[in-house]
Design a protein around this ligand. Structure first.
Ligand SMILES: Nc1ncnc2c1ncn2[C@@H]1O[C@H](COP(=O)(O)OP(=O)(O)OP(=O)(O)O)[C@@H](O)[C@H]1O
Ligand SMILES: [Mg+2]
Length: 172
């Protein structure tokens, strides 16, 4: 089955995007596991700099507080490394051990973003670092391509705003 990537986005704040992601993730995971394959085929990504979904999943998923996660356990790390590669280390091949992929109570997987990455470098600061330069546009897509084979559905919780991190093209 080809991976479906679903954005839940709206410019308006507080309209239920995050709540919808949580409900869809639970629903799709339970549908997926009806035949008890035991596989987690649903992944949730939080690309909202507010990291409210991450706060919920990290604490309710038994990982402690969001501020306790190490740098490499966040989506921020993926952006940070790709930005460095594009800016300075073109020839380096990036390999992730995917420590940022967590499991939520054996129901689905998720990747948290954090407000506390490298002394408060949230996704909003990382987006600023990209200075609206189109060369960074494919960062999230490139990383998703490395893991999407493991998932049937990837749900993305967006902020009520637009920037290089949210305007990703998933063509091809
Ligand atoms: N279907 C619903 N019925 C009633 N209340 C809801 C519903 N969905 C969400 N809410 C409530 O609305 C509030 C905002 O929801 P939520 O955080 O999901 O919005 P959001 O669009 O993700 O916000 P933000 O733009 O800040 O990310 C929360 O208090 C949530 O419990
Ligand atoms: Mg939200």
């Amino acid at each position: 089955m080809e991976t479906k990537i679903i954005f839940i986005g709206n410019y308006k704040g507080g309209v239920g995007k995050t709540t919808s992601v949580l409900n869809f993730a639970e629903y799709f995971s339970r549908e997926n596991n009806k035949n008890n394959t035991g596989k987690n085929r649903v992944l949730v990504l939080d690309i909202d700099p507010q990291s409210s979904l991450s706060e919920i999943l990290v604490s309710n998923g038994g990982y402690g507080a969001l501020s306790d996660l190490s740098a490499a356990e966040t989506l921020n790390y993926v952006f940070d490394l790709y930005i460095s590669k594009i800016d300075k280390y073109h020839s380096i091949e990036l390999k992730f051990d995917n420590a940022m992929i967590k499991n939520y109570n054996k129901i689905y997987d998720f990747v948290p973003s954090s407000l506390f990455y490298q002394k408060n470098m949230g996704l909003d600061m990382l987006a600023l670092k990209m200075k609206d330069d189109i060369q960074y546009l494919s960062i999230l897509k490139n990383w998703i391509d490395t893991i999407k084979g493991n998932y049937d559905i990837i749900l993305i919780d967006c902020p009520p705003a637009n920037n290089l991190i949210t305007s990703i093209s998933f063509d091809n």
